[in-house]
Design a protein around this ligand. Structure first.
Ligand code: ZN
Length: 340
């Protein structure tokens, strides 16, 4: 599917074929959220995980799902181990740790709450909190109910390190302070919609945002009034990846980077936007002199260099850059002259 989507984005080809040369930005970057410098195209792998999380959540809160009630009869819901097989089920199992990481359990009867891997007291799971103790555990699938009944000690190796012994005291105390009730364990998570379904959009955002810092270019590109086509152009421009001759030359598509209009300079993104005669004249007449020396990779910092700051500046710049680009294309491909 990604192959087809990539081909459609870069060459409008619905058959799924795209030459590597038509792909301007790596697909992984394309699938980053706009806030982080990408194009915000859905990352299907991550989207799939979000949708599967919905199923895992349904298993934990089975009230209205016949499927969930049936599955709970086949497997141990705390570990998803049991009499179910197949790729789909294996994948659900691999997602369980993520589900446990984004949920907390309000302990009821303790039957579906993992002693080690669920967060059911404090804000860490036992496996993270009592590292030494966890490494001495023989049965890592114990539920809170089982631990309450038989104690934590019975599932540990016979000899404990000093550290593990110390942690055992702390863990057992926390367990003793927790009382069970007849109610089912309840999952608490920040990503619930009013209908008790998981808000996959919010989780998707969180998963994609992990490890990324917000891209200052994003606001400049996407918070504008410019039409999406122009925004996409600006996204390429700020990465200096528009189809100019220096870019095409690097990809061995043309045999010279020299500008076809002046036949002197290399045709860089800067040369197109403010280097050739029309571009230069446009910015001069708009009294945006600082544009004329601007590195396109730094275009989002333009307002630092202009005396009058107006909120519409990014939209305005985007639309002018777009018009200059169209004038360049008209000249190069159809030998038409656009007036300033
Ligand atoms: Zn030129």
């Amino acid at each position: 599917m990604d192959k087809k989507r990539r081909a459609f984005l870069w060459s409008g080809d619905k058959s799924g074929h795209s030459s590597p040369s038509s792909c301007l930005i790596a697909w992984i970057k394309v699938c980053s959220p706009k806030d982080f410098g990408g194009l915000g195209i859905w990352d299907l792998g991550v989207q799939n995980i979000c949708l599967l999380l919905k199923l895992v959540h349904r298993l934990q809160s089975p009230q209205s799902s016949a499927w969930a009630i049936w599955v709970r009869g086949q497997v141990d819901i705390t570990t998803l181990q049991g009499d179910l097989h197949g790729d789909h089920w294996q994948t659900l199992k691999t997602i369980l740790p993520l589900y446990q990481a984004i949920t907390m359990v309000e302990v009821g009867d303790g039957n579906t709450c993992s002693l080690w891997n669920d967060v059911w007291t404090g804000d860490e799971c036992f496996a993270d909190r009592f590292l030494a103790l966890f490494s001495h555990s023989n049965i890592k699938t114990q539920t809170v109910k089982e631990a309450k009944t038989s104690g934590i000690r019975s599932t540990l190796v016979p000899r404990l390190s000093t550290m593990a012994d110390h942690e055992l005291q702390l863990a057992q105390r926390l367990l003793d302070q927790t009382s069970l009730s007849a109610a089912q364990d309840k999952r608490i998570l920040d990503f619930l919609k009013p209908d008790n379904n998981i808000d996959t959009g919010a989780i998707y955002k969180m998963l994609k945002a992990r490890g990324q810092s917000s891209d200052p270019k994003a606001t400049f590109i996407w918070n504008t009034w410019a039409p999406p086509r122009v925004q996409l152009f600006m996204w390429l421009l700020l990465q200096r990846r528009i189809q100019c001759r220096t870019v095409l030359f690097t990809k061995h598509i043309v045999d010279s980077p020299t500008c076809e209009i002046c036949n002197i300079m290399d045709e860089t993104p800067e040369h197109i936007i403010h280097g050739f005669s029309l571009g230069k004249e446009v910015w001069r007449r708009l009294n945006l002199q600082s544009m004329i020396s601007m590195d396109m990779g730094q275009l989002h910092t333009l307002s630092n260099h202009t005396s009058t700051v107006i909120p519409e500046l990014p939209s305005f710049i985007a639309l002018v850059c777009w018009q200059v680009w169209k004038a360049r294309n008209a000249k190069v491909f159809r030998n038409e002259e656009h007036s300033v």
